[in-house]
Structure formats: C-alpha cells, structure tokens
Design a protein around this ligand. Structure first.
Ligand code: AGP
Length: 611
C-alpha cells in the first residue's frame, strides 16, 4: 500500500522524508516522490522505481527546506510512471499533495475542473483532488486550511492526504478518511506518517488521526479538527511501545527470515501474563467484560483476509470444538457485501495483523451496524480495526515488516487457543480437556526453538524443486488450513503457483494434476492418519514427488516420502503452529533461490488499505 511521510521543523525535511520512505518500503510500492517548500516555492522530485532511485534523482542543492512531504505509491488509478508518481500539484503550482486511498467521485470532480478549463496531466485520482483544491482556492479565496477542508467535504472515497501550499510555507495539512495517518509530536517539530516506523527514531509521542479528522500543523503548534463540523477535536498523545531495532533486520538477510526466527519469542509474548500455570487459568483483559455476552451468542462469525483468514479457519475449529457452538469463517470481502443473518445475538471476530485491511474494517462496521458484538484479534496497536471493535486481544507479535505474514499467523493461532480456553473454562468445560492444551501452550516457545534450529535442513528440498511450475499442499482437519497457508506463502514470494486442498478432495479433481513434475506437500498428524496415508500412496503410485511434514514420533512415513520434515508433537489445537514453520521456511528459501524480492514481492502490499 502507499506510504506517506511529512515533516515540519528545524531538520532538513529531505533527510527525514527519504529515511522515512525507506522504512515504509515494506508496504509495497512502484514509485516514489518528495516535495519540499521554502519561501521560493515548491520543489518536487518523483520517479518510477525504488526510493534509492528517487534519492539519486535529487540534485545536491534541491530540497533544502524544513517542510516537506514524501510518498511511496502502490498504483491504483494510472500505471506506475514518473508522471503518475506522487506528490501531485495543481495547475497554479501553489499546492502539492500526497495521497493514500481512492477518490471514488474523481470523474465527477474531473468533469467540473474541465468545465472550468482545468485539465489534468496524469491518469491519477490524486491529481484531480489537488487540482480541485487549487480550483476552490482561486474561486473561494479562503485560507489554505479552509480550502482543503471545503474540498474534502465534496470528496467521496478513502484518503490519507498531506498537503503543502506555497502561500503558507510554514504549514502542512494532514487529513484521513479510511487510510491511516498519525502525527509524531517532537520538540518544535512534527511528523506525519502512514504508520509509526518513520517516526520512532525521532519521538515516541504520537497522535492517531481518526476518521474524518484534519490536522493543521505549524512548527510550534498543531490542532485537529473534525472536517464535517469544522470543530477542534481534543486528541490524546499516545506512546509508541516498540523499539527501533524491532523494525530493523538485526543481521538477517530479510525481514521475513528474522520474523520466522522470532516466533519462539513472539509466541512467548502472546502468552505472557495471560496463562496462570498454577491454576491453569487464562486471563484476557481485553475481552474479560464481554465473556458472558460471547457465551450467550447464538452465532459466532470470524472474518479476515489472506493469512489471517487461514488463522481464522483454525480458530473456528478450536472454538467449535471447545465451546460446541457453530462457528463460521467468512472472507471479509465477501461478508461485507453479502446479505447476512447478523444481529444482536451474533459475535463477529475479526483478525488482522495490520489492523488496516479495508475489507476487514468494512466488515466490522457492517457487523456493528447490524448490532453484533465485534472482537478484534490484531497486531498493530492503535490501528483502525483495533479502535473500531468493541473489545479485543492484541497478539503482541511486534512489527511485522515482511509482506509475507509469518509470526503474526502463529501468534493469531495462539490467541485463538487462549480465547477458546478462557471461554470454555467459563462455560464449565472439564479441565481434563483444557489442561493438556495449556501444558503444551507453555512448552510451545521451546518447541518452536527446536523446529527453527533445524530450519536449514529444508534448503536441499528447495534446490530439488526450484524449477517446478506448481505445488500441491494437502492436509486434513486442523492441517487443512496449514495446507492453505503453506501454499499462499510459496506463491506470494516465489511466484510458483501453489494450491492448498483438503487431502480427501484430491480424488475430486486435483489428482489429475499428479505427475513426476508435481511436488505434493502432505501435512500429516494423527487425525485421519490412515486415510491420508492412502492419499500419499495414491500420489506415489502416479509418480508424484512427496514432501511430508509430520510429528517426530512418526517412524513409518519416511518410506513413502522423497523428503520428510518432522516437528514435535503437541495438542492438535496447537499443532498447526509447529507444522506451519517448515512451510514458511520452504517458501522463504525457495524465493531466495529464485532471486525473488522476499520482503517486497511484486504486486503485493503489506496492508491492503484499499478494496
Ligand atoms: C499474507 O502473507 C499476506 N501478506 C496477506 O494475505 C495478508 O495476510 C492479508 O492481506 C491480510 O492482512 P492483515 O492480516 O493485515 O489484515
């Protein structure tokens, strides 16, 4: 997704902005640009390609001012090009603007501009917005802030914008509706960014802009107004909790490898302070007051996208098994538009690492409108989804920079176990059912360390299969979502097509694909063991190459497999956490072997904040 950085203060804005854009590269982008402003006017440089290319395009004496904005663009309207890169300026050259989101009524505004002889030069909706601001400024003769506010009252769509005006060079204006923006509060200096990563090295004090708010920022003060009412909004200053090194690679070649290797720590963090080993009790403060309402619900829906949807599928198995209530999993993009039977007796759980996924956020808003209780399982503290839900549980995985989600997935599954344990204990489920899960939960960090210790053993496997065109991942029960997740990991960073299926479904179609060029990954645990062994033999009989992930207690499957990876055996509700890690490593090493951009795979964004 697009990334935004703005700065006003005594530093050279260019340095803060370029460094900030590099911290936002993980969000995925295809072009970058910067505008700075002095009393001489606005100076803009923008290019297709990486931030490093933008940096080399900037002339030594350019951009010396202390006020500026920068942008990394993930193309929505208009192909990636120098021309379509942000910032965009109006015809007069008095305004320059960066934008994350989509202006849905841009064609109407574009026609209004054309009727007034103002013609856009680019294919972007963003240029229409800044041209509209320039048009209103000339027509209404209002101040910079009043003009931007007036323009935004006419806009339909989603935006996070930061704007400069040559007539008021000591002011920057930021506004958000649907795309996150936060302010960094320094000593007589202020920062604006899409997330806290460009800000943390300068200040931990941040203010989250909420929906429909606009910030007017000058070197010695800022104020936040509600765009519609034009009234000042008092805002709390919050503190960034994580440390700078958590958003750096720490000696690893890629963020993804670092985050895979962090999972023993991140699972320990997900559990820390939430499990009392003495009395086997689970405490989750973020939902404690809502437990009875959740237990009284006659319908639980879990909604998410991508990897978070896979974690949600495992979560639905856990909650249904422990609580014996129906649990449904919905893709957020489907749920938000479908006529659903959601009402005051429904609980809607939404899962999101970034807390900014547009479809998931929209799904929650729809659930709330229909009277449901909404519960968030989120990683990014203070994110839109975390703020929108009635209650929730943070997964405490720390910033996840790699586009391919890894540590967030295992933490999400851990949180579903904790929620299932808390709710079923309150429901009176026998401790004999719950205690084994708790016992294994406490062991999990050490067991993950063991799995990671053998991580490099997967590299020869990748070398055998780096030139294949397709992979099939098969699993049963709790391992079916693991098959889906393993397939997603491989395809999104190595660009090899991969599909996950319930193992038994193989005979309903996919078996037609089996030949000596089709590696099949089987994730095998106790549930349905004999049946999946039959599936393995069916593949073997047709010349398929077989990769097996199974528990270390299994001694017989070695005879059926071309490669076998064994992980410690734990309670089945937790087993997906251990069986997924080798598949994360398989995808990672395959992508490295193929020379792919592991942390920023093509066409992908870390957080899909537009639908
Ligand atoms: C997973 O590796 C992908 N990055 C993607 O599927 C991701 O899980 C999805 O976009 C949901 O993101 P969220 O968890 O931040 O909502």
């Amino acid at each position: 997704m697009c990334g935004i950085v703005g700065y006003i203060g005594d530093k050279t804005a260019k340095e803060v902005i370029i460094k900030g854009l590099k911290r936002l590269e993980y969000r995925g982008y295809d072009s970058a640009g910067i505008s700075t402003i002095t009393s001489d006017g606005i100076n803009t440089t923008k290019t297709k390609g990486k931030v490093s290319k933008l940096e080399s395009a900037i002339q030594k004496d350019d951009h010396q001012g202390g006020v500026g904005i920068g942008h990394t663009r993930w193309a929505t309207h208009g192909a990636p090009s120098d021309k379509n890169a942000h910032p965009h300026s109006d015809a007069s050259g008095k305004f320059t603007l960066v934008h994350n989101g989509i202006i849905e009524n841009y064609t109407v505004l574009k026609q209004l501009l054309a009727d007034n002889q103002i013609h856009c030069e680019t294919d972007t909706d963003t240029e229409v917005l800044v041209q509209f601001i320039g048009y209103l400024y000339e027509r209404e003769k209002l101040s910079f802030a009043d003009t931007v506010r007036l323009a935004l009252t006419e806009v339909v769509g989603a935006y996070g914008i930061v704007v400069l005006c040559a007539d008021e060079p000591d002011t920057i204006i930021a506004a958000r509706l649907g795309s996150p923006l936060l302010l960094g509060i320094g000593e007589n200096e202020y920062f604006v960014a899409s997330d806290s990563s460009p800000i943390i090295e300068y200040t931990r004090n941040i203010v989250f802009l909420d929906e429909g708010e606009m910030a007017i920022i000058q070197p010695d003060l800022y104020k936040v107004i509600n765009i519609k009412e034009n009234l000042i909004v008092p805002k709390d200053v919050e503190e960034i909790k994580y440390n700078l090194e958590e958003i750096e690679k720490g000696g690893y070649d890629h963020f993804m490898l670092k985050e895979i290797n962090e999972q023993a720590v991140t699972i320990a963090e997900a559990i820390r302070g939430r499990v009392n080993a003495e009395n086997n009790q689970v405490m989750l403060g973020g939902i404690y007051d809502w437990v009875q309402q959740i237990l009284d619900a006659n319908h639980i829906i879990i909604t998410a996208c991508g990897t978070s949807w896979h974690a949600s599928l495992i979560g639905s198995y856990i909650l249904e098994e422990l609580l014996q209530v129906p649990v449904k999993v919905e893709y957020a993009s489907e749920f938000r538009y479908r006529e659903t039977a959601v009402n005051g007796d429904t609980v809607v759980i939404c899962v999101s690492q970034s807390g900014e996924t547009a479809d998931t956020l929209a799904a929650i808003k729809k659930a709330k409108e229909k009277g449901a209780l909404t519960l968030g399982i989120v990683n990014a503290v203070g994110s839109s989804i975390a703020r929108e839900t009635h209650c929730g549980v943070y997964i405490h995985a720390g910033p996840e920079i790699g586009v391919a989600s890894t540590k967030a997935f295992t933490a999400q599954v851990t949180i579903f176990n904790l929620i299932g344990l808390l709710l079923s204990e309150k429901k009176g489920v026998d401790a004999a059912v719950l205690n084994p899960i708790i016992t294994d939960l406490i062991r999990l960090p050490d067991l993950i360390t063991r799995v990671l210790h053998d991580g490099n053993s997967i590299i020869p496997l990748t070398e055998d299969f780096m030139n294949v065109g397709n992979f099939l991942y098969l699993g049963r029960g709790y391992q079916f979502p693991v098959a889906l997740e393993g397939a997603l990991k491989l395809k999104e960073i190595s660009y090899i097509h991969a599909e996950g299926y319930p193992a038994a479904e193989m005979k309903h179609g996919p078996i037609a694909l089996i030949d000596e060029d089709m590696p099949v990954v089987f994730i095998v645990t106790e549930k349905g063991y004999d049946k999946i062994v039959s599936n393995i033999q069916e593949v073997k009989a047709r010349g398929g190459k077989i990769i097996i992930i199974t528990s270390e207690t299994n001694k017989e499957l070695e005879n059926f497999s071309d490669h076998i990876i064994q992980v410690p055996k734990v309670n089945h509700c937790l087993q997906p956490i251990l069986t997924t890690i080798p598949l994360q490593l398989l995808a990672y090493h395959m992508a490295v072997l193929k020379g792919c951009d592991v942390d920023m795979p093509r066409n992908l964004a870390k957080s899909v904040t537009v639908e």
